[in-house]
Design a binder for this molecule. Structure first.
Ligand code: G
Ligand code: G
Ligand code: NA
Ligand code: MN
Length: 252
């Protein structure tokens, strides 16, 4: 209970941070950065996003947290653009956000206010958005893509994966969950799942990003399977904004 109050205050005071993890193509090109929340509690130390996002979800704080994330990420995109660094940023949104009335319009207004083109924002959603009122979710997502915002389907292959979801969601990218990538090199079943997912995604005209890539062998395997980009500690962990700026500059 104390943690919820602390989280509210941390959001109000800007003590919750966004770090940025690169998505990189096999030619080394930076495809984008994923914004990931980080919170260091004054007494407890680092609280995992899984823990405090669950608290935000169950307490009704999620819309506020997502507003904060969008605001912080778009301000950062605008700062990078002012430095001549043009890189799209992906923000994770929860099903609750997608079901909040007016969500698509509020995202569009925020982009305009920051002078950021819609194509510089990507929203990472999960299939869970379709569990409750799928028609309304589909309408909101269509509104967002209509504005030019790109959508990415996160954690693919876990939970309720269904091909119907892939057809109904207006996504342009699919992210293969880390749980399939981690043992790709040693587990032929995981390798088969990744191979089929890449082929399926490409057949549907989607880009494929593999998450959680930690070593060269996995990188090579994914390249050979035709994956489009990777994200993982092999390239970089999520970095605070200043470090991400240096990282981006060193790449240019
Ligand atoms: O970065 P890390 O692997 O610790 O993130 C743990 C989980 O928290 C992941 O599922 C990630 O998607 C989620 N997460 C991180 N930042 C955000 C955010 O800004 N919004 C939402 N909804 N989830 C996030
Ligand atoms: O649910 P989502 O895919 O957004 O969560 C991504 C999570 O995976 C984040 O918590 C991020 O910090 C973590 N992560 C990113 N790269 C790696 C990696 O190479 N290895 C491991 N073990 N975790 C990673
Ligand atoms: Na994500
Ligand atoms: Mn994921």
């Amino acid at each position: 209970l104390g943690l919820l109050g602390d989280l509210r205050r941390a959001i109000d005071h800007g003590d919750v941070e966004l770090h940025y993890q690169p998505k990189v193509g096999f030619d080394g090109r930076v495809a984008g950065l994923e914004a990931l929340l980080r919170w260091v509690h004054p007494e407890r130390g680092r609280v995992s996003p899984e823990e405090f996002i669950a608290i935000a979800e169950s307490s009704g704080l999620m819309p506020q947290l997502t507003e904060y994330v969008l605001e912080t990420a778009l301000a950062q995109v605008a700062r990078w653009r002012a430095m001549g660094i043009e890189v799209p940023v992906a923000v994770n949104v929860s099903p609750r956000d997608v079901h909040t009335p007016g969500f698509a319009g509020s995202v569009a207004a925020r982009l305009a206010r920051h002078g950021v083109p819609p194509a510089a924002l990507q929203l990472e959603i999960t299939e869970h958005v379709l569990l409750e009122d799928p028609q309304r979710a589909a309408d909101t997502l269509a509104g967002l893509t209509g504005h030019g915002v790109k959508m990415s389907l996160d954690d693919f292959g876990t939970g309720y994966s269904s091909l119907v979801h892939l057809r109904r969601l207006p996504v342009s990218e699919l992210k293969i969950d880390r749980s399939f990538v981690a043992r790709l090199v040693v587990d032929s079943e995981d390798a088969a799942i990744v191979r089929c997912t890449v082929d399926l995604a490409h057949s549907l005209g989607l880009l494929v990003v593999a998450e959680g890539v930690e070593d060269d062998e996995t990188w090579e395997h994914l390249r050979d399977l035709g994956c489009d980009a990777i994200q993982g500690w092999l390239v970089a962990a999520a970095m605070p904004p200043e470090e991400a700026t240096s990282w981006l500059r060193s790449r240019a």
